[in-house]
Ligand binder design. Sequence first.
Ligand SMILES: Cc1cc2nc3c(=O)[nH]c(=O)nc-3n(C[C@H](O)[C@H](O)[C@H](O)COP(=O)(O)O)c2cc1C
Length: 198
Amino acid sequence: MENKTLEMIRTRRSTRAFQKSVPSSELLNAVLEAGRYAPSGGNSQTARFFCVTDPAVLDRLAEIVLKCFASMEETPGMYRSKVSSIRRAKTGNYRYDYFTPVLIIAVNDREYGNAMADCSCALENMMIAANTLDLGSCWINQLHWLTDEPELKSYLKELGVRDGETVCGSLAVGYPATESGLPNREPLPRTGNEVIYI
Ligand SMILES: Cc1cc2nc3c(=O)[nH]c(=O)nc-3n(C[C@H](O)[C@H](O)[C@H](O)COP(=O)(O)O)c2cc1C
């Protein structure tokens, strides 16, 4: 079926190399509004989104993330992306956010049962919006994993994250560092995500 929205969903891919320039506030607002218009359990609308474009803040977050992972040890059965973060951090050369010019951090009330579900709906809306606006995006999970690490917690508090909030996920957004400047839109083949019709 030909449909622009479905096409933007099918062709959304993760971007992991960005141009330095920050997209206009008009574009960023459009992405954020797509997130704000996501559904939420019981229409709670408790998620909040920190849109970080200040390079000093992005660098400080990256420094904390590197430090936290470098001090961690792998454990048997650990999620492989976490293992990869630890290994790369231990080399001292690790930038978890791919030097994105914009990081949108999604937080929600930690005691709220739909915290992650609501933020996931919002982040996916933002990724589709980014694709349709010719921006690249990538879900970045490190701040979620490290949300309770004291140094990160204290810095996030300085940025305005409340005591009762937890980081559910974050999103790198920017112009892709591709030759065309456009996102890679080659869909990944589906090997799972089975559908069972009954
Ligand atoms: C919950 C979740 C967490 C993810 N965390 C990361 C991450 O921390 N870093 C990263 O580079 N990509 C991350 N991704 C992106 C996935 O690796 C990516 O979506 C997957 O490999 C499929 O590729 P595609 O997005 O290009 O279709 C995450 C995606 C999701 C949904």
